[in-house]
Design a protein around this ligand. Structure first.
Ligand code: HEM
Length: 504
């Protein structure tokens, strides 16, 4: 009898405790600043342990689930992803509120174990995945001059020159594959080698031969990491599963360590031997070494990882060009328009150069349309303080998922959003116009600093390929792309190339 009473008593205490925590964590929060009770944004009821992860059981992309849930719960709603409280934000107005109006309160990044493993066990080594800080701002400032060069600057001229050296080498490498009897070309590693060389020449004055084993390892590892970062993983939200995925985590760390060893041996050592600390920096690597010597706040790891972040950016370009080629094969009428623009500016006598971009609006718009339809995700942000959004409480540590997929594919924002139409970005005056709600590179404090490198290098490579080759795939129905993703696996489609115009 006594033990029955005790168990009833304990059950009641347990229930009250559970209710208290449920109420505390899922239903309401008291804003410390205003002492006004704000409710958490609504959302599906979470299960113990997994929270709302079951919502993502069967889906081609989590972003479709985010969009579907917004139809039930509105433009802002709560999700408990395993151990991590999240809000999902859908409308452009609310995305602006997070990234611009309250940008300083949402400058954090998620604390995923995978992020730590890629960056030497501390994600704050990375410029893209660290939390916002004055040091991060300084690192951005140092990088911006090189990664976002002004059109009139010498760095822009250098980018242009490098693209004209490197692209013919890519075209010849494709030709060599065809001459060896292979119509079907493993194009992605070639593209990645070309972009890697553009980046390492521009940022480090270093070029690798395509046959160089270290180049092949570096581009392969960067490509694997790029794909990895673009996928979700159960350990991100259920970190206690980590011991079960140690092999995978070690593999990720191994890719990054191998890259760093190659960078040290082939790029940094050579710069350390030749840098003149009193002279104008020869490139980004020199500039980083000079800052390292002058500024006590910057550690050696910051230098190494900054360089790695930026050289690694090339992996995004190889994937983007793969996507552009696939969309073009599915929409061949667009190829004709691009070739008309190429012929109009070159007269058929030379390859396109960066200065031609402003006379080729359709081709410039092609890159935007691919980014739109792929709906490349924005890296999640994290609230660094308690705040409110649209009248709902958002607690410090909440991960914010910005539904860029909805922004890019909703008919609220676009006419015929499922159609591939580069011309949607061209005004009646024939000028490329980006609507304000089109933010493939994010916006606000943490906006992408590599966008100039992306749009300009991609422009040169895509025009050169289309100028000289017809590109095809034997069975178009097999070409499948995952929505809301700009990454293809490292081993991906091989495309067929046929020479249409001799190489210059
Ligand atoms: C297809 C190509 C690319 C796309 C679509 C893209 C898009 C993005 C997006 C959406 C963000 C997050 C913005 C935010 O959190 O608000 C970002 C951040 C960033 N990107 Fe890119 N990016 C691309 C290529 C590159 C390249 C080539 C580089 C470097 C050379 C680069 C460097 C960065 C850095 C450093 C950040 C972090 C900025 C910060 O957190 O302060 N990106 N990018």
């Amino acid at each position: 009898m006594y033990s029955q009473l005790l168990s009833i008593f304990l059950s009641v205490i347990l229930l009250i405790t559970l209710f208290y925590f449920y109420y505390k964590f899922y239903l309401t929060r008291v804003s410390k600043k205003s002492s006004i009770v704000h409710t958490l944004a609504p959302g599906p009821r979470p299960y113990p342990v997994i929270g709302n992860l079951a919502c993502f059981r069967e889906c081609d992309t989590p972003f479709r689930v985010f969009t579907n849930l917004s139809k039930v719960y509105g433009d802002i709603y709560s999700l408990q992803m395993g151990t991590t409280p999240c809000i999902v934000v859908n409308s452009f107005e609310l995305i602006k509120e997070i990234l611009i109006v309250q940008g300083s309160l949402f400058g954090g990044r998620p604390d995923f174990i995978r992020y730590h493993r890629i960056f030497g066990n501390d994600r704050n080594n990375s410029l893209a995945l660290c939390d916002w800080s004055s040091l991060q701002e300084k690192r951005r400032r140092i990088a911006r001059k090189y990664c976002s060069p002004r059109i009139i600057s010498s760095n822009y001229q250098l980018m242009s020159k490098i693209s004209l050296i490197e692209t013919p080498i890519l075209l010849k490498a494709i030709h060599k594959r065809i001459l060896s009897g292979n119509k079907s070309v493993k194009i992605k590693p070639l593209l990645q080698s070309a972009f890697s060389n553009m980046f390492t020449q521009y940022l480090c004055s270093t070029r690798f031969d395509y046959e160089d084993k270290q180049l092949q390892t570096m581009v392969r590892n960067f490509d694997e990491i790029f794909y990895e970062i673009n996928q979700g993983h159960p350990v991100d939200f259920l970190p206690w599963l980590n011991p079960f995925f140690s092999k995978h985590m070690n593999k990720i760390a191994g890719w990054a360590n191998e890259i760093r060893e190659i960078m040290l041996e082939r790029i940094i050592k050579q710069h350390l031997d030749t840098v003149d600390y009193d002279d104008h920096p020869r490139d980004f690597t020199d500039a980083l070494l000079q800052y390292f010597r002058e500024d006590e706040e910057l550690s050696w790891d910051h230098i190494m990882f900054d360089l790695e972040d930026f050289i690694g950016g090339h992996a995004a370009l190889g994937n983007l060009v793969m996507l552009i080629l696939i969309y073009l094969m599915k929409n061949p009428h667009c190829i004709d328009k691009i070739r008309q623009e190429i012929d109009a500016v070159t007269g058929g006598l030379r390859d396109v150069c960066m200065d031609d971009k402003y006379k080729m609006p359709y081709t410039e718009a092609l890159v935007f349309e691919t980014l739109r339809i792929c709906a490349s995700p924005i890296v999640p942000h994290v609230a660094t303080e308690d705040t409110t959004v649209a009248g709902y409480s958002v607690c410090k540590g909440t991960v914010v998922i910005l539904n860029n997929f909805d922004l890019n594919t909703s008919d609220l924002y676009w006419d015929e959003p499922t159609k591939f139409k580069p011309e949607r970005f061209i005004s009646q005056d024939g000028i490329v116009v980006k609507p304000s709600h089109f933010i493939p590179f994010g916006t606000g404090k943490r906006t992408c600093i590599g966008q100039k490198l992306v749009t300009d290098f991609t422009f040169i490579v895509i025009t050169s390929i289309l100028n000289h080759y017809d590109v095809s795939y034997p069975n178009m129905d097999e070409l499948k792309l995952v929505p809301a993703c700009v990454a293809l696996p490292a081993e991906t489609y091989e495309l067929e190339f046929t020479l249409r115009k001799d190489l210059f």
